[in-house]
Design a protein around this ligand. Structure first.
Ligand code: HSE
Length: 337
């Protein structure tokens, strides 16, 4: 585990709580052999005790404080290189300017023969084609379903459920924090700042909340979708971005009088855009709170909208688990061949 924040801890709790069921249903018996946080690592090849690791983080601020398994000076790169593991779960904060340090973590994992599950949008928004190539070259898997829609399988829906069809355009709400803020401003008439604070307390916002508010998080997700689902070779530079800072309570009230609402909509058509947009309250995209909603228009199947919570620790952790199970299945299938 590289990163021991809200997503990493939620994931560990899920696999501890559902241990028996995961073994019985999927033959999945994960062992967390190393955890790295900002201050060091804890390593035990036999598997770390999750409760102990959670307590250490809460009480001492780092898993490296473990008297038996702590490695206070160890960096994430050293851990990825030296620890024997089948996969790394990379859940460090997103940086969409440099993609680091996540990008180096992922590349190092590939080079040392480890599969990667990541929820980090930076490396994918900046280098998805190169990373899939590097994964193939090293004969390992890269999975990232938690990067878009948290636990809502937006990427899988488009990639697997619409297999064979041609997706011609995409339109959707891809950021839970801004949707939560706009909903609170509309329904409870609270200020922007108060709504943002609440979204942060609920664990929806990025470590740097301007990423959400200025539309960059939604743009990163749009780039991941355009590359992965529609084979467009685009980066965040190709997205026209406008966030929600300028949306006033008056704008929202005016829209409401007309039976409309204002949402931060990302779209992939001839060009890629993220901008506050007025839509009818009857539009399937008019979802509230931290929900995400994406409408896919495909050539034969027509229009479909997938809706679900788009942010949150447990929700995103469920995508990590899904991805690991998918890797397990992929390995099993390749052995059958
Ligand atoms: N900050 C993101 C959001 C988290 O609010 O949607 C999920 O990617």
């Amino acid at each position: 585990m590289v990163g021991w924040g809200v997503v990493g801890q939620s994931f560990a709790q899920i696999i501890a709580q559902r241990k028996k069921e995961l073994a019985k249903k999927y033959g999945f018996r994960p062992r967390i052999v190393a955890i790295v946080d900002k201050k060091g690592a804890a390593i035990n090849p036999k598997g770390l005790d999750i409760e102990e690791m959670l307590t250490l983080k809460k009480d001492k601020g780092t898993v490296a404080a473990s008297s038996k398994y702590g490695c206070p000076d160890m960096t994430a790169l050293e851990a990825i290189e030296s620890v024997e593991a089948e996969a790394i779960v990379e859940v460090t904060p997103t940086n969409i300017e440099t993609a680091e340090p996540g990008l180096s973590y992922i590349k190092t994992a590939f080079k040392t023969g480890k599969h990667v599950v990541t929820t980090n949008k930076g490396p994918l928004a900046l280098a998805l084609p190169a990373l899939t190539e590097l994964a193939d070259y090293n004969n390992v898997c890269l999975r990232f379903s938690g990067t878009v829609g948290a636990g809502t399988p937006i990427l899988e829906f488009a990639k697997n459920c619409l297999k064979g069809d041609k997706i011609v355009s995409v339109r959707g709400i891809l950021n839970g924090t801004t949707n939560y803020i706009l909903t609170e401003m509309d329904e409870k008439h609270i200020t922007f700042d108060k709504a943002l604070k609440a979204a942060q307390n609920l664990g929806y916002a990025e470590a740097e909340p301007s990423m959400d508010v200025e539309g960059h998080d939604a743009a990163a997700k749009l780039v991941i979708m355009a590359n992965w689902i529609m084979n467009k070779k685009v980066t965040i530079e190709n997205v026209k971005i406008r966030g929600i800072r300028d949306v006033s309570a008056q704008d929202i009230a005016d829209a409401s009088e007309k039976g409309c609402t204002i949402k931060l909509i990302g779209s992939i058509e001839e060009s890629l855009k993220v901008e506050p947009t007025q839509i009818s309250k009857h539009d399937p995209l008019a979802v509230d709170g931290a929900l995400n909603a994406v409408t896919f228009v495909s050539q034969s199947a027509g229009e479909q909208t997938i809706i679900g919570l788009g942010a949150g620790g447990v929700e995103t952790a469920s995508a990590v688990l899904r991805d690991l199970l998918d890797i397990k299945q992929t390995i099993a299938n390749s052995m059958i061949k």
